[in-house]
Design a protein around this ligand. Structure first.
Ligand code: KG4
Ligand code: ZN
Length: 329
């Protein structure tokens, strides 16, 4: 059965087609209209989704060599995310489902990211999943599809959000996570030391707001035009990635997982990807990080989650709505 996935929770209008675990297309339109504002403007984002959703879905069908009449089910992100953005995807999907007389599955965006790990042919359970994106940072034990135990989550900013904010401080524009990663390659990671918060309570939780302030204070020490942005970027990246990886390692030991995965937009980070190889070798366990276009927000991961929901007989809610604060349960 062909499954059509639709993702509009933030600033990517995205759609993908999967069949039998195989990704046949994954079309992602990252909205550029927000860059001049230095962050996502919710109202603009929903208007952009409205403008592009039809053509993105049509492109996903064309690239997969399919037609609407061949689609057996639609999977759509129902939350968490920006309400106006979610409403565009959910309304479109539900209307399309009615027109085609096929089921529409509401997918939790976080389960969508985790589902990208299910493209690993060697997946083993329980799996320790680090989900690091612009909106979330979580350590989750995946016992099987749809059975999660959340170990920890962020107390304030998400890892990707911290990357974006520091990138902005360094004049790299928005969205800046990927640009900061590139700049960090040119810098000295040991020139500046940025401490990360050690939380007294919530051993597995994360906090990134302190390091952001530390970077802001460091930037102010230099006159305009003389800020060593490359060294600051390298020091910041080293601190964040070291912290993510050390928590991941502790969580693997604690949960006795024999396999780990890293998903979400931050999983595109080059240092994180290298450190994952080192960690797997050091611990003698297997791991998986999806390809870049499955890490950031995309429609294929939502289609995969839809396909897994059907395969695992997860009860379908026929009357679901967009849900901006939907938790991962
Ligand atoms: O998963 P995603 O596309 O959207 C959310 O669900 O939030 O993640 C986007 C986040 C952004 O904050 C972006 O800066 C970050 O992923 N990101 C990166 C890199 N590429 C994207 N962060 C660090 N290094 C990268 N190479
Ligand atoms: Zn996301």
């Amino acid at each position: 059965m062909y499954i059509l996935g639709i993702e509009t929770s933030c600033d990517e209008t995205a759609s993908g087609i999967v069949k039998g675990g195989e990704i046949l297309s994954n079309i992602i339109l990252t909205q550029t209209a927000h860059s001049i504002y230095g962050g996502v403007v919710p109202e603009i984002a929903s208007r952009e989704h409205t403008k592009h959703i039809v053509s993105i879905v049509e492109k996903a069908l064309a690239v997969a060599g399919t037609q609407f009449s061949q689609i057996g089910a639609i999977a759509v992100t129902r939350g968490p995310g920006l309400i106006g953005c979610l409403l565009v995807g959910v309304s479109y999907a539900r209307n399309l489902g009615l027109a085609l007389n096929i089921p529409v599955i509401g997918i939790n965006h976080l389960e969508g990211h985790i589902s990208a790990a299910f493209t690993d042919p060697d997946i083993e359970f329980p799996l320790l999943c680090l989900l690091a994106s612009g909106g979330h940072t979580m350590l989750v034990v995946v016992n099987e599809f749809h059975k999660y135990s959340i170990l920890g989550t962020t107390r304030d900013d998400a890892a990707g959000e911290a990357f974006d904010k520091v990138a902005k401080l360094l004049g790299l524009g928005y969205p800046g996570g990927a640009k900061l990663d590139e700049l960090a390659d040119k810098g000295d990671p040991n020139r500046f030391h940025f401490p990360l918060a050690k939380l007294k309570k919530g051993k597995w939780d994360f906090s990134f707001s302190g390091i952001k302030t530390a970077v802001a204070l460091k930037v102010r020490e230099f006159p305009d035009g003389e800020v060593p942005a490359d060294d600051i970027a390298a020091g910041f990246r080293k601190a964040v990635i070291t912290m993510l990886m050390s928590k991941l390692k502790e969580a693997i030991v604690y949960s006795r997982c024999k396999h780990f995965a890293i998903v979400g937009g931050v999983a595109q980070n080059s240092l994180l990807r290298n450190k994952a190889v080192e960690l797997a070798n050091e611990m003698g366990i297997s791991f998986y990080i999806p390809d870049a276009d499955l890490c950031g927000d995309n429609g294929a991961m939502i289609a995969i989650a839809g396909e897994l929901s059907l395969k695992n007989n997860i009860p379908l809610e026929s009357d679901f709505d967009a849900s901006p604060y939907l938790p991962l349960t």
